[in-house]
Design a protein around this ligand. Structure first.
Ligand code: CMP
Length: 139
């Protein structure tokens, strides 16, 4: 079943580089409605849990270090076909392969520091949204 919500994080590099406003403008002008949003910081335990699927990968420790080193913006976004459309908007994981005009093409530095997260399925969007937000924080 295709749902209309996805989950995103503007990662620490986006916050450090002053790109929150520009990235949110790109997201909302592409037709996504912000349902929930917060500036927050992941603990090491949070990052290890959020990225548990990657815990055997060689980049896991660097990923946890990167994602905990400063604040992030976490948000739930709503749009028809949200998961797929948002992955199209952010572009490939590796910014050198991300299409012109995508968020990672415009704002990401490298495959490991790639500016934004977007859920890869409807089920993961729901799990990731619930990881960060309670029902009363969703509008
Ligand atoms: P994302 O797809 O949002 O979630 C998993 C993250 O792991 C990914 O973004 C990158 O930040 C990181 N990642 C994925 N593949 C690699 C890789 N080959 N080398 C380093 N980091 C990676």
């Amino acid at each position: 079943m295709v749902t209309n919500k996805t989950f995103t994080m503007l990662k620490p590099d986006s916050v450090e580089n002053g790109n929150i406003g520009a990235i949110l403008e790109k997201i909302t002008s592409s037709g996504f409605r912000i349902v929930a949003m917060k500036l927050t910081q992941l603990t090491t335990a949070d990052a290890k849990a959020f990225y548990a699927v990657h815990n055997e990968r060689p980049f896991f420790d660097d990923l946890v270090e990167y994602m905990t080193r400063g604040p992030i913006v976490a948000a739930i976004l709503e749009k028809d076909n949200a998961v797929q459309d948002f992955r199209t908007l952010i572009g490939a994981t590796n910014p050198s392969e991300a299409a012109e005009g995508t968020i990672r093409n415009m704002f990401a530095e490298s495959i490991s520091q790639n500016a934004v997260h977007g859920s890869d399925s409807d089920i993961n969007a729901a799990i990731e949204a619930a990881f960060h937000f309670s029902e009363r924080e969703m509008f």
